[in-house]
Design a protein around this ligand. Sequence first.
Ligand code: NAP
Length: 601
Amino acid sequence: MTNELEIGLYIFMLAGFLGYHLITRVPPLLHTPLMSATNAIAGISLVGSLVVAGADYGPLSTVLGFIAVTCSSTNVVGGFLITDRMLKMFKTSKDQASGDRVIFTGRRAIAASVLLIGGLALLVYLLRPHGDSSGTVAAGKLTTEALRYSYILSAALFILGLKGLSSPRYARRGMILAAIGMLMAVVGTLFHHEIVNYTWIIIGMVIGSVIGGGMGLRIPMTAVPQRTALSHSLGALAACLVGISEYFRHSGELSKVVMTPLGFEVVVGGLTFTGSLMAAAKLQGLLPGQPLTYKGQNVFNLGLLAVIVGCLVYNVVMPPAPLVFEVMVGLAIIFGFLLVLPIGAADMPVVIALLNSYGGLADASMGFVLMNKIQIITGSLDGTSGFLLSLLMCRAMNRSAINVLFGAFGKVTAEEALGPGDDSKGTTRSIQPDEVPALLDGARSVIIVPGYGMAVAQAQHGVAELAKLLIKQGIDVKYAIHPVAGRMPGHMNVLLAEANVPYDQLFGMEQINPYFPEADLALVVGANDVTNPAAQTNKSSPLYGMPILEVDRAKMIIVLKRSMRPGFAGVDNELYFNPKCMMLFGDAKDSLSKLFAAMKS
Ligand code: NAP
């Protein structure tokens, strides 16, 4: 084992442990911003891509490097912008009252970062070699040293950035530090001694920034899951292309120590590229959301994986065989498609988080190939974050990762759907919006339970308006947030923050459950599985064991949904047959505006 490799492995492990400690401190409130933040930080693959695109490695490397620069820039710019957009929305009632204090802090940090980066760029430029005298050699060494220190500083800023996410109060500031870290690393790399041509670098960075900027600024919050998947796909493509470029630049003649991470980089990068693309397409509705299965699917997939691993081992231990390398890359790309095919759209968040983790590993492998320590650190942080989030989601759903990946969950929804008022499985009561004000007469406490249906209906603003009205009428309003309500960790928090709901009104499951018995009304807006009492009482239910919001303990329950159709898990909700429960059928946004009008009049 070489010294460099040994150091790299230590760094990878330590960054993983550090990532574990930082990420377990991020509250569920900020899980969605965490995903886009790690995604932006993982855009550090840009530093490797810049060198490949700008160095004199040959036309193939320049083309692959250019595509990689475009993909990574898209992720960096888009990732930081959308994270900032989300974090800006998280405010307490107090912050909302004192308005632009947070914005002021942001402006100061941006001004400081511009000055810092300008200073760094000037320093690196002055230290850059300008000829071949001995003074130039010394200057070249100094440049390399300056780059090293800028990478160390960048890594420290990334870590501080992730640490900031442990509280909504400091999260934005933390992300600004991380963005400064990214700028420092990128500006520093632009002065890398191997870069001789900037044309493709500039074109790639401009295209990537325009695409990423557009996505970061314009994408609606409800489309965050598919954007996250798309950016994982781009990041993984960048890693895969840089790996391919390195392989052909050396005509495959690489030592085992380099070929092993390189093989890993292109295989994991390739399968993450297509897997994430499939995930994005399923979430966007471009591909059917249902699991697509066929007989012997799992055996076929495992067989394919075995062939890919075989090719990887061959490439490491045998003399260079470009054909085997090409077959390996091609199969990895196909494998990504096949891996996600049998997974239903509703399971995509777990898949996205897992693919996030794979993307981090591909980045870290790229760091090992290029012996770039900052890439090893960020790859490890990204990998840990994705892995932890997928585990958290699986735990909150009471399912195993194996079940998510190979269980074709969602096929169960074949269960017959009931129409509004269809009482064949018990008796339900329905209610009209104008009957609600009378029921709330004298009420003191209301708990709002949002779910995936609120996201579908884009009803978060309606919910916030109604809550404000209830508060004005002297009613205490709390929001009950289940860790897996919606389709992304922290999904409901982001949507409610977008509607200006102060986060001190949002309560996690453990906090809110004791309040339900005292609540005069539990208003369920498009939530289903996360309220199903079968999770506690019915051992044969697929939901059994999943912790739920104990809505059935409230004095009165009103459920806003369109029909008696089941939710994601495909099982009927026993709550709807509870004598205290009334169904308000219709699109949640529509029902809320009718409810608001009725309450106001
Ligand atoms: P859910 O169980 O999927 O139920 C959502 C309900 O919303 C549906 O029953 C649907 O009923 C209703 N709905 C849909 N569109 C609506 C509209 N326009 N207006 C009103 N209602 C509408 O959602 P959930 O209670 O939030 O639970 C989340 C589920 O997703 C859990 O099973 C969880 O395990 C799973 N999951 C979550 C995550 C995550 O990270 N958050 C990840 C993976 C899986 P109608 O069709 O009758 O309207």
